[in-house]
Design a protein around this ligand. Sequence first.
Ligand SMILES: O=C(O)CCC(=O)C(=O)O
Length: 284
Amino acid sequence: MSENQPLVVSRVDEEHSVLRRRFQEYGYVYFKRAIAADKCSSLLQAFLQQLRPHIDYNEGSGKLLLNGEPFFETDPIWDEVYPKMQSLYDFHNFFHQEDAQRLMQSIAGEKIFVYPMKMGRIASPRKIGFETPPHQDAHSHQAGPTMAGIWVALHDVHEGMGRLKLLPGSHKDGVRQVFSAEGVGGVQCEIFAHENTWHVSNVEQGDVIIFHSCCVHKAEPNTTEDAVRISIDTRFCDYGAPVSPSNFEPHHGWRIEGFDWDSIYQGWSDPKLQYYWRDYAETA
Ligand SMILES: O=C(O)CCC(=O)C(=O)O
């Protein structure tokens, strides 16, 4: 039997040494409303334009509602909408702005490298069993111990909507064995018998979770009738740490025909972020 406890809350104005100690203790830090709500809403609305008619925004409840059939990562609907979401400059730029950068620096030091691969998650209702299984990013991104994940809630996410859940302290036991599983990523890692307390909370728009590359995490099933959860995440490390070559690809660029950086960058008026990672990739 596993039980839930709330995520341990950190504050952005805490000393970096305190945040890093907490990160090493639990394997994650959680910041409330660390990214401005209007920035999250603006990206969410841009996503929703690409997601029509499959997902609608309900002005009254602020909820994202599934229209029609549920879909998950790699389903035909997802393959059709995801490259359009990925083509948004504001999505990629989100993690290169000062607010997000400061959070990453508080854990990894002044000079960081943000991975080019940015992930958008669409946790659909009525797809029970296809949610993100428990895993470690050290395995899925073939990364070393100084890589970390940063996950941002683009809207409030309540119980039942597929919250992100972490296994505190699980990063201390290294990289674990994996087994194949249904759901995002297709693998799940070993969970030890004594590990029965997970950390999870209802999160608000702009809340940020930063987790260690070995911290086991998963999504809860989305058990709602029609409410979709959309969040974004990426990976980062201290500048100079090795980055495995597959992380220089767009997320799912390896399996969607014609979906590559050129196709992502083609509508961008600002070239600043285009191929910013190339020099790093050449020396990594
Ligand atoms: O948001 C999710 O469902 C999965 C996020 C995740 O597993 C990750 O960022 O590594």
